[in-house]
Design a protein around this ligand. Structure first.
Ligand code: GLU
Length: 494
């Protein structure tokens, strides 16, 4: 690692608010926060919401909430402002437009007027010829006159980054050394879409520069974008920041961590009662180790010996059992009083108030509350059985459904619910209803295994109301867990 120069160290995370707050975001945030702290610098939170279709304010709020829960404070961000704001890209479109103009003026970018049909045909041809799929640079050759003509007759266009076809672009990764990319493999990236919105590449580079970011610490999956970024820095005449690409978190089978194999939502871990300090410690262990090999350590210990070059680049496995072991260690550190405090915070008055409306009609005594509310308040594993998941009871009697059918239903419902925001009884009901219309599945057929998956009970208060209380991250995880349980436990006799 080259020693940070004289400039004040500034790091950032730049999440896109398109879903649940991801454990990967917290992992990258932890290392950015530590690096900034170690060097007496600043850690910035920037929201990359250039994808207008998928970005939501609910998701942004959830990301901020989860990072606050994690105890990773930022020095500048959309909620607290700072000298380089705004910190939300959708509020910076004019800045990107001006910067795209600059590149057009200095000839490092060009307007592309190609139609969708032409691009589709080009792609099909390249696929058939088994050459790399990329734009062929046709509009690069347009004369100034031809461009003017198209503009005055109202043709829409995108702005593309020009890239020489010959030579190589070298990315200097602080953790990996130099990585060379052949320029002919690099597409003429769209920087500005026809609606005037920037793509990730333009907005990211412009903001990292304007926000004086000295060190870009992000996941490995962005390495392949980095030559485009290096080219963009050159095109603007700016000095590039240092790049450090962290290894990807992996599932137990070493594939990239994914919700299909592991809950990835930070909200899920908060809801199942993981302590933030245990989560920080756990994510700190992902690829990193203290010189003395200790496994249980807090941020101050981590900070003391922190050196990003000690990171092991072989993808660390997100091992849920290890997280739970570590969490237990932290619970034991709390002592009885500390534990009582944390439990009180976990079953907060607000949370109890969410549950009370669905149980108030059903209780004869207060002591029934805890057992009746356990699946609503907690988040941990439920005990599934074939009877619960596969038995379909109707007026006609009991029918056993095929495990494959129910597995598919549970997986499809989980997938459908991935995008439901805000998470309310009405929005859940609408999404499940739409899925039933699309697939032709009968509602009753779908609702009974869904109820079993989210509650492990035969009878519950109204399903969509309990799902709203349980929370999206936990419901989706339970639906997937139940589907997995069915796959792992074939029914041998009926
Ligand atoms: N918006 C990107 C993301 O969602 C940021 C990647 C980067 O850090 O450059 O992860």
């Amino acid at each position: 690692m080259s020693a940070p120069g004289a400039a004040r160290i500034r790091t950032r995370i730049a999440p896109s608010p398109t879903g649940d707050p991801h454990v990967g975001t917290a992992y990258v945030a932890l290392f950015n926060c530590l690096y900034a702290k170690k060097h007496g610098g600043d850690f910035i939170l920037r929201i990359e919401d250039t994808d207008q279709v998928r970005s939501t304010r609910e998701s942004e709020a959830a990301i901020l909430r989860s990072l606050t829960w994690m105890g990773l404070p930022w020095d500048e961000g959309p909620d607290i402002g700072g000298p380089c704001g705004p910190y939300r890209q959708s509020e910076r479109t004019e800045i990107y437009r001006e910067h795209a103009e600059r590149l057009l003026a200095n000839g490092t970018a060009y307007r592309c007027f190609c139609t969708g049909e032409r691009l589709d045909a080009l792609r099909a041809q390249q696929l058939a010829e088994k050459t790399s799929v990329q734009y062929d640079g046709a509009c690069r050759a347009l004369s100034t006159e031809a461009v003017r003509e198209r503009l005055s007759s109202g043709h829409t266009f995108v702005v593309r980054l020009d890239f020489p076809r010959d030579g190589v672009t070298v990315v200097n990764d602080q953790l990996r050394g130099n990585i060379s990319f052949e320029n002919k493999q690099i597409d003429h990236q769209v920087l500005m879409k026809s609606d005037g919105f920037p793509t990730y590449h333009l907005a990211n580079v412009v903001d990292d520069h304007l926000m004086a970011i000295t060190d870009v610490i992000r996941a490995e999956e962005w390495i392949s974008s980095t030559p485009k970024h290096v080219r963009l820095y050159e095109a603007f005449g700016w000095e590039a920041p240092r790049f450090h690409h962290l290894p990807l978190l992996r599932n137990a089978d070493r594939s990239k961590i994914s919700k299909r194999k592991n809950p990835v939502s930070l909200d899920y871990y908060e809801r199942i009662g993981v302590l933030p300090e245990a989560m920080r410690n756990f994510l700190g262990l992902m690829g990193y180790s203290l010189p003395d090999g200790r496994e249980v350590f807090g941020l101050p210990d981590l900070l003391e010996s922190f050196d990003l070059t000690r990171l092991n680049l072989a993808g660390p496995v997100f091992d849920r059992a290890k997280l739970e072991w570590l969490n237990g260690e932290y619970i034991r550190k709390l002592g009885p009083e500390g534990l009582a405090d944390r439990v009180r915070a976990y079953f907060s008055p607000e949370r109890l108030l969410e549950v009370a409306p669905v149980l108030v009609e059903r209780l004869a005594r207060l002591d029934e509350f805890a057992p009746m509310a356990s699946y609503l308040l907690g988040g941990g594993h439920l005990a599934y059985t074939h009877e619960l998941l596969l038995c379909q009871k109707s007026r006609k009697g009991v029918e056993w459904a095929e495990a494959t059918e129910i597995t598919e239903i549970l997986q499809r419902v989980a997938e459908t619910l991935d995008t439901v925001r805000p998470w309310t009884a009405a929005t859940i009901e609408a999404a499940v209803g739409q899925l039933c219309t699309e697939t032709g599945w009968k509602k009753g057929r779908v609702l009974s295994p869904v109820r079993a998956a989210v509650s492990a009970r035969e009878a519950t208060p109204p399903l969509f109301e309990i799902m709203a209380i349980i929370g999206g991250s936990v419901c989706r995880a339970r639906l997937r867990e139940a589907a997995e349980w069915l796959q792992a436990h074939p029914r041998t006799s009926s």
